[in-house]
Design a protein around this ligand. Sequence first.
Ligand code: BGC
Length: 346
Amino acid sequence: MPTLTKSLLATAIPTVTLQQAGITVTIAARGCTLLSIRCPDKFGSSQNIIAGLPDPAAYEADDYYLGCVVGRYANRIGEGRFVLEGKTYQLPINNAPHHLHGGEEGLHTKIWAVKEQVETADRSLVVFEYLSPDGEGGYPGNLQLRVSYELSNNRLRITYEASTDKATPLNLTNHSYFNLSGFAEPTIHRHLLRIHANRYTEKGPSNLPTGKLLPVQGTPLDFSSLHPVGDHIDALVEDRGYDHNYVLENAGELQLAAELLEPGSGRTLKVYTDRPGIQLYTANWWDGTVTGEQGVLYGKHAALALETQAWPDSVNQPAFPGTILRPGETFRSVTDFEFGVCPDTH
Ligand code: BGC
């Protein structure tokens, strides 16, 4: 059985453990947060390959958005403002001058209810639900949310579902940061990355899309073939690394979006999604002041996030794919993280 244990800490946040085929995933009900993913390297030794905190209570103070589900709108909404059905909404500004990741009181801070747990020989599942009331975080509509994590063989599937009683913007992601060496490597510079995208959404100086889609070819953003993340990272001076939304063609179909390989451990990660975008963020502002679950300090570029998403600020970009969920509709989206090992790396 997946185990549901009430934490003995003052916060009493339920945590759930999923286990299959040598992979163990722990998840906290606060923010549906992935606390750890332990999987074997090419020698059979297991480590936690995502950034996390040693004490679940410490997530209250986390501002890196470690492992959590982000919403109602992942990434930025320009100046926190949008117009919907003739009404102007002003959301809280938490990343001046913009609204980021649903604001300080976003879905990542909410205690979700554990609705269902299933365990069979080949699948381990937990379903979380949360009702975000009308006006919460400045967003319209009572939004009923459902997030499930399902581990089967070497794949962790995240399914997002939502319905609303008023039109609302919606962009959900999971904000896990990976270091496939289990943080034995202090940075992800030697990780090999491929992103199945030829274009990205151009950004202006305050990190907001300009509306233009540009080719990655010939730029430091080009990961169309597998190569080390560190090769051109220093060219991205202003952002201190990667913080870009890649354009995925054929949105709506579950497709391979990104592949990551860490040569020392041989561990691999494949990310599949049906979303139109994926944000590569290389922990550019981590400053070595947070001690992670692995007992090491998390410094600049210690991990990277591959956030499957709608494009940033879509609510203010009429040419971008729509992100408004309306009454009567059901939003459903799937992201898979597939873990593996490649024996021939060094
Ligand atoms: C965003 C960054 C932001 C970071 C905060 C990422 O998803 O793309 O711009 O600084 O989250 O942890």
